[in-house]
Design a protein around this ligand. Structure first.
Ligand code: AMP
Ligand code: GLY
Length: 424
């Protein structure tokens, strides 16, 4: 069997690696991949233009690809899944219509309202003046979000009126997020602890995956700008059995039903970003894909086959699928380029000692190989991922391995998993 993974981040390295360990998988292609995917057994990088659905389909047909897994949101929102399906290629990833749940925050919030899914109160605006006028009616802190895709960076938490006005200027006038900022959502600030609830969904069947918690802010103690995610661990003790049931009944099942009645039956990873406060849950956002960096620690804990899971979902067979998890805990610490999530310099030389313990796995993200050297090529460069008998040991295993990697400007958060340790 041959698999194609679309994307180039840490998530895609983890997905490709997990598929490659199946005996029945002969080859995994990653488009375009990174230096990490390029150096794994059975994995090969291929350069395909991710904006050209027909080029990707032609590759699949001429290489007899049996399964395509789409990692990032952009190709999903661009209708790659619909296109490949129309060519009878087996693809795991939601349609363009269903991906609006991530592609437009206004679509998502209106959807939550219509189907009674708990979320923060909000209003949506398509121009600067109306949004600024609305500021007079709200209290602070408040949250302003660019409507479209902004790589996890389009959310601004505003402490007061002036900060909110600046944020609106930044989005509408400076066009900091381009067309993704043609609309904004202004919503109430929610207190609590976050968790990522990710499931495999096939129409009206669902298998929730192991729970996890991301760390969105760049700085220690959740301070500073939002990033794509600076580290994650699994399981997340904040998702108790009771919360788990509540999320399934109040969020996941109504979402699947709602999508179906909107004419967008879902196939793919479905990710609810949650705020949990005193037993109450609210949805912060939906993603139509696996989380990055959540994928990396979750894949280390998945004992059964990811390839089979995706194929069963495509074949509407999740009902009989048995998923197996390791009892171990896992975590991943993102090693980022100096300056991230703002401007950063790529092309830094990386030195890696690949002598890791068996329970440690270094997933690459923004790396590329050039003339036998590995160079940085993005804001998030690696995710040092590890297993342990408990969260404390998993964290120790990951942090102890970080000195094996170095490049100019490298930084990471030293408090990944701290909340998990407090909750345990
Ligand atoms: P989103 O892309 O909507 O998930 O937002 C990114 C991050 O911003 C979330 O993971 C939270 O840390 C934060 N955030 C978003 N919306 C809110 C909110 N209403 N209240 C508090 N924090 C929020
Ligand atoms: N880790 C957050 C995300 O994937 O959006």
């Amino acid at each position: 069997m041959k698999v194609l993974i679309i994307g180039s981040g840490g998530r895609e390295h983890a997905l490709a690696w997990k598929c490659s360990v199946d005996d029945f998988v002969k080859k995994v292609f990653v488009a375009p991949g990174n230096a990490g995917t390029g150096s794994e057994k059975k994995i090969e990088n291929v350069f395909l233009d991710l904006n050209k659905n027909d080029e990707i389909a032609s590759f699949c047909i001429s290489n007899n690809i049996d399964l395509v897994i789409i990692g990032p949101e952009d190709p999903l929102v661009n209708g790659l899944s619909d296109y490949l399906q129309s060519k009878d290629i087996k693809v795991f990833g939601p349609s363009k219509g269903a991906s609006q749940l991530e592609g437009s925050k206004t679509f998502a919030k209106d959807f939550f309202l219509k189907y009674g899914i708990p979320t923060a109160k909000y209003r949506s605006f398509d121009n600067y003046q109306d949004s600024v006028d609305h500021l007079k009616t709200i209290s602070y802190p408040s949250v302003i979000k660019a409507d479209g895709l902004a790589a996890g960076k389009g959310v601004i938490i505003c402490e007061d009126h002036n900060a909110a006005k600046d944020a609106l200027e930044y989005i509408f006038e400076t066009k900091a997020f381009g067309d993704a900022g043609n609309r904004v959502v202004i919503e109430d600030f929610l207190e609590g602890e976050e968790a990522s609830f990710i499931a495999v969904v096939s129409n009206d069947q669902i298998i929730p995956l192991a729970t996890s918690q991301d760390h969105k802010a760049v700085g220690e103690g959740d301070t500073g700008l939002n990033t794509g995610g600076m580290g994650a661990y699994s399981p997340a003790p904040v998702v108790t059995d009771e919360i788990h049931d509540k999320v399934m009944n109040e969020v996941m099942l109504p979402t699947m039903k709602g999508l179906k009645s909107e004419g967008f039956p879902y196939l793919g990873f479905l990710y609810a970003g949650l705020m949990i406060n005193n037993g109450e849950i609210k949805v912060l956002e939906f993603n139509c894909r696996f989380g990055d960096p959540e994928t990396q620690p979750i894949m280390l804990r998945l004992e059964s086959s990811l390839t089979k899971l995706c194929l069963d979902a495509i074949d509407n067979n999740l009902g009989s699928h048995e998923i197996k998890w390791s009892k171990m805990h896992s975590c991943g610490v993102v090693l980022a380029s100096g300056g991230y999530p703002k401007q950063h310099t790529n092309g830094m030389r990386i030195s890696i000692d690949n002598n890791f313990d068996a329970n440690v796995k270094l997933f690459h993200a923004g790396t590329k190989k050039e003339n036998e050297e590995i160079l940085t090529s993005g804001g998030r460069v690696f995710c040092m991922t590890a297993l342990g008998e408990n969260l404390e040991i998993a964290l120790k295993n990951a942090y102890n391995s970080i000195p094996n990697v170095s490049f100019d400007g490298m930084f990471y958060r030293s408090d990944i998993g701290k909340k998990g340790l407090q909750n345990d």
